[in-house]
Design a protein around this ligand. Structure first.
Ligand code: NI
Length: 398
């Protein structure tokens, strides 16, 4: 028997046009990680206007937390509190959509839909502040610097969970190519752990006509690029998904000079931290071996500061989310076997510390994330907002 979707509540449906205005305003004013000053102040102003019980700003830089107590108004314990999170930052790229509300900030663009995520969380805040159809405490988390700046970690280090104790954290990301109104959730890995490494090859410069007097970092670098792929092909369990990409190779300035140095950079991505460490152990061995063979020095810098752990959904919490999504989506609209992606997400910092669940919501037939022609689909707004509202009412029942 076909399953019918529970209709989107009228009060959320009625907010759709207004939410699209908020979203397009954020879209026109994109700000990079930790610089989301306008965005954060618009959010705080709206949360206060919606009647939230408390609004705190400046957490982990530009983060904002809205606190809302359910019916009865009595603050709950950690057990009676949950946190729902959106990211606020944009990307350092130029928009090519030609939209009327395109970016007014040169070289900055909401190309990942964080304008939409922020708007849906605001919509949920307004709806839930009006209805208060839940018991306990709800934290709305607006996070800075998801795009490489580890804003989640910055908020946690600024005492997020001590100041706003909760039993679980929830997040979502729009997903181009998945139709609007569809969702994906499953227990276990949703997104990979990822980082950025740098390799410096220090040789000895010299005349191209006298290679024996030099120590050529380019030849060593070329060997290194191809040898690195053996880490995945020969030193990693073939049933594990791992990506090692070398994406930069900088060296030299003249056709007849062997340069002193070559600089390489790249990224490693996989779904568990032990595999990640294993990959680096073998990468180090290859660097040491090639350095010895070519009589030069190779320094591998793992760039641990840039590491995002894998985003792992808690089994019990994901089961609760799945049942909420089953209730609000129709037959065939919920994917519980969606393949995980090798992209990374700093929501992982929450999922390391708290039972948590991250879901994807369809953005329809749009350009892909981080593409200059991408735009968040405003038709998604009521779906995401309804999900947040229903999730809260289910997890914090009156
Ligand atoms: Ni994103």
């Amino acid at each position: 028997m076909a399953r019918d979707a529970a209709p989107i509540p009228n009060s959320i449906q009625a907010m759709s046009a207004e939410m699209a205005e908020w979203r397009q305003d954020f879209h026109a004013h994109p700000e990079l990680g930790y610089q989301e000053h306008r965005t954060a102040s618009v959010i705080a102003e709206k949360l206060r206007a919606f009647g939230l019980d408390r609004v705190e700003t400046g957490i982990g830089g530009t983060g904002v937390i809205g606190v809302l107590h359910g019916e009865g108004g009595v603050p709950g314990s950690e057990e009676n509190a949950i946190m729902i999170r959106a990211d606020m930052d944009a990307l350092p790229m130029s928009e090519e959509t030609g939209l009327a509300y395109a970016s007014q900030n040169d070289g900055r663009m909401h190309a990942c839909g964080h304008d939409g995520h922020t708007t849906m969380l605001l919509g949920a805040a307004r709806h839930l502040a009006e209805t208060r159809n839940f018991k306990g405490t709800l934290y709305f988390c607006f996070q800075p610097a998801e795009e490489g700046g580890a804003g989640a970690r910055a908020m946690i280090e600024d005492g997020l969970f001590e100041r706003f104790p909760c039993r679980a954290v929830f997040g979502l990301h729009n997903w181009p190519s998945l139709p609007v109104g569809q969702f994906a959730v499953k227990a276990g890995p949703m997104l990979a752990g990822a980082d950025e490494f740098r390799i410096t090859i220090k040789g000895r410069g010299g005349h191209a006509a006298k290679p024996d007097k030099a120590r050529d970092p380019i030849l060593a670098g070329a060997q290194l690029v191809s040898a690195m792929q053996s880490v995945i092909a020969r030193f990693t369990d073939p049933l594990q998904s791992v990506v090692l990409s070398i994406t930069q190779f900088h060296a030299g300035s003249a056709f007849n000079v062997i340069p002193e140095e070559a600089q390489l950079a790249g990224t490693v991505r996989c779904f568990d931290e032990a595999t990640h460490t294993n990959v680096y152990d073998h990468m180090q061995r290859i660097c040491d071996g090639i350095a010895a063979a070519y009589d030069l020095e190779i320094v591998l810098n793992r760039g641990a500061q840039k590491y995002y752990p894998p985003t792992l959904n808690d089994t019990a919490v994901s089961e609760q989310v799945r049942s909420v999504l089953e209730e609000i989506t129709g037959e065939g609209m919920l994917h519980t076997d969606f393949p995980p992606t090798m992209g990374a997400e700093d929501f992982a910092f929450y999922s390391r510390l708290k039972p948590s669940c991250f879901v994807f919501t369809g953005n329809g037939d749009t350009a892909s994330l981080h593409n200059p022609k991408y735009d968040f689909n405003d038709e998604v707004l009521p779906h995401g907002t309804a999900y947040w509202a229903r999730l809260v009412e289910t997890l914090l029942p009156r």
